[in-house]
Design a binder for this molecule. Structure first.
Ligand code: 13P
Length: 252
């Protein structure tokens, strides 16, 4: 049985005390009502990471970062390395988010370096892929996702790829209120699993968690998560509201 996961991506929201208070209240919720179906992950801004390790030490929920540097250390002003993230007690890092690809020009080559470094440092990587609206309308969405995975991840060994979680996030569904239909999500997730299967074998591919992201909310989560190849979600806006986030976890 592969792992079900709900990961919140806070993006650039919440100052230090707001973030720690919010994480504590989510943790308290799951201490009382443990989520035995899904692993719950909070991917926060860097400033929260060190504070979270003490706060979340009972292990009901875990945490991670939203980005890491493509280099391991040195003169890279403003960057935070994968090993620094790991040293906070974080277990995860998101890479390849469409906002990083678009606003910070992170290409497949950079993302490949980030994934390899993060895995080497012992982090699990939530690797995002997905097409923009024009690509879906032109019918190139499968080849776009194929390229992102092949160039971004398929240089990893099987052992390294065990640390990878895929998040399919159609860019046209992020923060727009538009959601992929459960059929569209399933179709792409199955395609992604087939690609992994071609490269690493079917048994291996069956163990890889593939999350859906893009305007996930309590009202649509259960239906999307019910599909065979959808193993949970990467949640943006709704992860900033406790009730919504907890309801999405319960929808798994
Ligand atoms: P929304 O849930 O706000 O659409 O964001 C999705 C996302 O980008 C998660 O990484």
């Amino acid at each position: 049985m592969r792992k079900k996961i709900i990961a919140g991506n806070w993006k650039m929201n919440m100052d230090l005390s707001e973030g720690l208070d919010f994480a504590e209240s989510i943790n308290n919720y799951f201490r009382e009502k443990p989520s035995d179906r899904a692993e719950v992950i909070l991917c926060t801004p860097f400033i929260h990471l060190a504070g979270l390790s003490g706060l979340l030490k009972d292990g009901k929920i875990v945490f991670g970062a939203q980005n890491c540097a493509a280099e391991s250390s040195g003169a890279y002003t403003g960057e935070v390395s994968a090993s620094m993230i790991k040293s906070t007690g974080a277990q995860y890092v998101i890479t390849g988010h469409s906002e990083r690809r678009t606003y910070y020009h992170e290409n497949d080559k950079i993302l490949n370096k980030k994934a390899a470094l993060a895995v080497k440092c012992g982090l699990k990587v939530i690797f995002c892929c997905g097409e923009v609206l024009q690509e879906r309308e032109e019918g190139t969405h499968f080849s776009v996702v194929r390229r992102q995975l092949e160039a971004g991840l398929f240089s990893l060994s099987e052992e390294e790829f065990k640390q990878i979680i895929i998040a399919y996030e159609p860019v046209w569904a992020i923060g727009t209120g538009l959601t992929a239909t459960p059929d569209q999500a399933q179709e792409m997730h199955k395609y992604i699993r087939d690609l992994i299967s071609e490269k690493y074998g079917k048994n291996f591919a069956d163990q890889v968690s593939i999350l859906y992201g893009g305007s996930c909310k309590p009202s649509n989560a259960a239906e999307i998560f019910s599909r065979a190849d959808v193993d949970g979600g990467l949640i943006g806006g709704a992860s900033l509201k406790k009730e919504d986030f907890c309801a999405i976890v319960e929808a798994v």
